[in-house]
Design a protein around this ligand. Sequence first.
Ligand SMILES: NC(=O)C1=CN([C@@H]2O[C@H](COP(=O)(O)OP(=O)(O)OC[C@H]3O[C@@H](n4cnc5c(N)ncnc54)[C@H](O)[C@@H]3O)[C@@H](O)[C@H]2O)[C@@H](O)CC1
Ligand SMILES: Nc1ncnc2c1ncn2[C@@H]1O[C@H](COP(=O)(O)OP(=O)(O)O)[C@@H](O)[C@H]1O
Ligand SMILES: [K+]
Length: 484
Amino acid sequence: MTNAEMAAADGATIKSGAFGGIVLMERAGGAVADAALARFAAAARVHVLCGPGNNGGDGYVAARILAGKGLSVRLYALAPPKPGTDAALAAETWAGPVGGLDAFAPDPADLAIDAVFGAGFSGALPDPVQSALARAVDRRCPVLAVDLPSGVNGDTGQGAGAVACAATVTFYRRKPGHLLYPGRALCGETIVAEIGVRAARPTATFENAPDLWRGALPRPGADTHKYARGAVAVFSGPRHGTGASRLAALAAQRAGAGAVTILGHPNALDIHAAHVTSIMLRAWGDDPMAALGTLKGIGAVVLGPGFGDLPLARSLAAAIVDDKGPALVLDADGITAFADDASGLFDAARVRDEPALVLTPHAGEFARLFPDLAADAAAGKLAMARAAAERAGAVVVLKGPDTVIAAPDGRAAVNANATPALATAGSGDVLAGAVAGLAAQGMPAFEAACAAVWLHGEAGRASGPLAIAEDLIAALPAHLSKLV
Ligand SMILES: NC(=O)C1=CN([C@@H]2O[C@H](COP(=O)(O)OP(=O)(O)OC[C@H]3O[C@@H](n4cnc5c(N)ncnc54)[C@H](O)[C@@H]3O)[C@@H](O)[C@H]2O)[C@@H](O)CC1
Ligand SMILES: Nc1ncnc2c1ncn2[C@@H]1O[C@H](COP(=O)(O)OP(=O)(O)O)[C@@H](O)[C@H]1O
Ligand SMILES: [K+]
């Protein structure tokens, strides 16, 4: 849930009359105290740092409960809570002294509870907060964050001045800032406490996980045949650049596509012929555009990996999208080909009722295609991908350690199962092929992209830290077959 979605859920829960905000705050503070007792019961002292908002309110509650359990608790406030708020009510229940943040002097055997800022924070961390948090790090005192490490923006994961916490207790649902970097790394272990919030309405933001797309996975009927099981075409690069397209083609097969064809110049196909067996090869001869005539019956096309010829990539992609042809996964050179002007491609893509274009940029490619969106770094990766998807009429897979998948209808998922094992040449080609393989089997583009990103992450985990792209392909089916 984004901050706004969470605030709406909190508000709706309170408005429903079941219980007031102070009850939610008591439960939130109680969950923080539980986490402190479960993980840091041996702490010599517990230092609770409180801000002026409701995040601070949770801190006052936790401090009271922990003191009641016999722990040695000290409390420091950046500023008193605003009168009339739940936080002010919570602060009244704290009977002990309240120091300023400058009095906070932690030791390694202590625990610090960071209840300075949570979902309501934006902008830059005030100096006294930054220096207090830095003291905890310098003094090797573990920090337990309430909702978010102070300074981390719940919507973007950005957090200048925020420090790495041992654990973070958040409420009801994780926020994008718990999954997007650097926030994800700063949170440490993330604990989600229920506290009784009820969702106001369906949300559009998800952690990418099988529940989101399992129902759309292809399940071939008994009467299927190889073309009905999904036909994919992959455009080859030139003679000395065939590997990337082969990786994509193999990944499409391993994602279950029944018939995969590599299209290319005869020179390039000679090289492919020495490598592949069940993949079909089709030469385009002197007129590459004639290859488009062979796309009849094809469900999804991959264009871009190792392709090389940017003007040709541009012509082919534009023709496929203009003709309302098969789903098109545009990757690598296919994206770069539209760096100067993608508006025609996007106009054609937006005409479709259901998105049939999938763009799979890494950050550098994204900046080529959407320079204005990339320039507004403060907006964060989630907002960037959403804006790009809407503009392009495409599913946008903005890759990286925290890949975001966004659809033109506003849905977006943040992926959290990838490991650095995926940072290996050809890994993106495998992903592009897997998206096409699933899309060709009839999965809607957003679900196909989410599923492929997740399966790619699982394949990386299963293949160990030294995986190469070929290993990822081999590891795709095990994870897919567990889900169908
Ligand atoms: N009913 C609710 O809404 C619940 C809220 N909860 C807690 O409430 C938190 C959200 O509370 P709030 O909305 O009050 O927000 P926060 O407590 O996160 O922060 C808001 C306060 O910080 C100030 N602030 C924001 N940015 C600042 C900056 N750059 N420099 C200096 N001051 C800044 C604001 O003026 C405001 O006083 C959640 O993170 C969670 O911990 C929980 O108690 C559960 C229930
Ligand atoms: N540090 C990382 N942690 C997790 N996943 C990563 C990391 N770095 C890259 N990836 C993933 O690896 C893939 C790399 O794709 P790409 O940059 O297109 O590489 P290539 O062009 O070599 O195939 C993407 O799916 C990306 O999300
Ligand atoms: K906090």
